[in-house]
Design a protein around this ligand. Structure first.
Ligand SMILES: [Zn+2]
Length: 477
């Protein structure tokens, strides 16, 4: 609108000037160096205007031409960057798809096109890893350590490599460095804790764990349980080092953090008994029995008492069982005490309460003992022992990560090396595992035993209560 108005104004001025010049004609004479030019005023003004317009146009053209090279440069740079990012994206997609060759090619392209090493270093490292060239990947990760922006990424890559080649010392050093950079990273804290545990640095691990609980990386209940485990290990170490007082103090803290952690309760009770504090030890066992009854607890409970007759034991066991009266483990403890006190009826009723519909191997063995002790009935006892060999498995320490079974609780699983992964559970019943001679029909020689006379044997380890049963279905034999 303003432009149109401006155009009208200019046009009006030009027309008025033209008319005025036509009405007032005049002449101009220029004399210079012996030349003479005669012209009208209108023509002269027209010529001046034409020269001015031509000069303005030339000036504009010059400005455009002068800007051309830098514009071209900018355009080329933009195009290069676009292609670089395109290569980077394709490289990342190739990494995700597991295409090592394409990832490597795109990584090199991106490296050449982009002037941003941090971005391309990561792709190059991942491409090298994908191609199985760990040394090249390590070089890229180490180059990333040099730049503050990519230091953590480099550390993460190197740490993963160290863990993969089981270089635990190197992994621990890298994890410590990564933890200093990012203490709130879930991944780093978990790895540092894991490596400290693996190295048996219980106190360091406890500090890392406390920090992780404080920053909310580990929920408090889980933190308490793990703390109990780490304190239990420290107590063990102190005892092995001959410092009984420190061992007792640590065991007490372990039990406070994890009152349902059976090994800590057993340890504390044992140390208290050694310190002449039997009644206090019994209280510890009773507290844990209320949360997690366990045969080891009952054994420890019996240690807390002075040698007394069977009837006193039966009475005391009733106090312990009262902490968890309906649990099968309470009935088994009461049955064992009743057997020692020769209270046959009581033993039988507790055993049948513990057995329920499906007596476990341990209950069957106790029934055999009852038949033997009460009636000296060898046939009935043998019948119970046969039933025991095919009975439902008793609870055992089962690794919650890999399913490994252990007779004793250990801080690391012997199979998958997971930390605190054992739980006292009934192992899944394995109905039938092929024996070596059944692995393949072509391997069964003429002298081999046929499958009919050699069923898989009952595998048993440790004491009877942690028997792992791999057997045919009940009644098959
Ligand atoms: Zn395991």
């Amino acid at each position: 609108m303003i432009q149109a108005l401006w155009f009208v104004v200019v046009l009006t001025v030009l027309v008025v000037t033209g008319i005025w010049l036509a009405d007032h004609p005049g002449s101009v004479t220029v004399q210079w160096q012996g030349y003479r030019l005669d012209s009208s005023v209108a023509l002269l003004l027209g010529a001046v205007a034409a020269v001015a317009v031509a000069a303005a146009l030339i000036y504009r053209l010059w400005i455009v031409l002068e800007g051309l090279p830098s514009a071209g440069r900018r355009w080329r740079q933009g195009r290069r960057q676009r292609r670089g990012f395109e290569a980077l994206t394709r490289g990342m997609v190739a990494v995700a798809a597991g295409d090592a060759e394409d990832a490597g090619r795109q990584g090199k392209r991106a490296e050449g096109l982009l002037e941003d090493p941090p971005l391309t270093l990561l792709l190059s490292a991942q491409a090298a890893q994908l191609a199985g060239d760990e040394q090249a990947a390590e070089r890229f990760f180490k180059a990333m350590l040099e730049r503050p922006g990519t230091e953590f990424l480099g550390l993460r890559g190197l740490l993963t490599q160290a863990i993969r080649r089981h270089d635990w010392d190197e992994a621990l050093a890298l994890a410590r460095r990564a933890y200093r950079l990012r203490p709130k990273s879930d991944w780093v804290a978990a790895n540092l804790l894991d490596l400290q545990v693996r190295a048996g640095q219980w106190l360091d691990a406890e500090i890392t764990l406390a920090e992780a609980v404080k920053t909310g990386l580990v929920p408090p209940p889980q933190g308490d349980r793990r703390r109990a485990v780490l304190l239990h290990q420290q107590s063990q170490e102190a005892e092995a080092g001959g410092d009984g007082a420190k061992a007792l103090k640590l065991a007490r803290r372990a039990h406070d953090h994890g009152p349902d952690f059976v090994p800590a309760a057993v340890r504390l009770a044992r140390l208290l008994v050694a310190d002449g504090k039997g009644p206090k030890a019994a209280q510890v066992i009773e507290k844990t029995w209320g949360r997690e009854p366990h045969p080891d607890l009952y054994d420890a409970y019996r240690m807390t008492r002075r040698e007394e007759d069977g009837l006193t034991l039966a009475r005391d066991t009733q106090r312990l069982a009262a902490a968890n009266p309906d649990h099968p483990e309470s009935h088994i403890a009461l049955a064992e005490a009743a057997l020692e006190a020769r209270l046959w009826g009581e033993a039988r009723s507790h055993l049948s309460a513990a057995a329920g519909a499906q007596p476990t191997a341990r209950v069957c063995r106790l029934m055999a003992r009852l038949e033997e002790d009460e009636h000296a009935d060898g046939a009935a006892a043998r019948e119970w022992l046969v039933r025991a060999s095919a009975a439902a498995p008793d609870p055992a320490w089962v690794c919650q990560s890999c399913g490994n079974l252990a007779a004793e609780w250990t801080v690391l699983c012997g199979n998958c090396e997971d930390f605190d992964s054992f739980a006292w559970r009934t192992p899944p019943r394995v109905a039938h595992l092929p024996g070596p001679q059944e692995a393949g029909p072509q391997e069964a020689g003429p002298g081999d035993a046929g499958p009919g006379d050699a069923g898989p044997e009952d595998a048993e380890f440790g004491d009877a209560r942690t028997a792992v049963l791999t057997h045919d279905e009940a009644g098959a034999r």
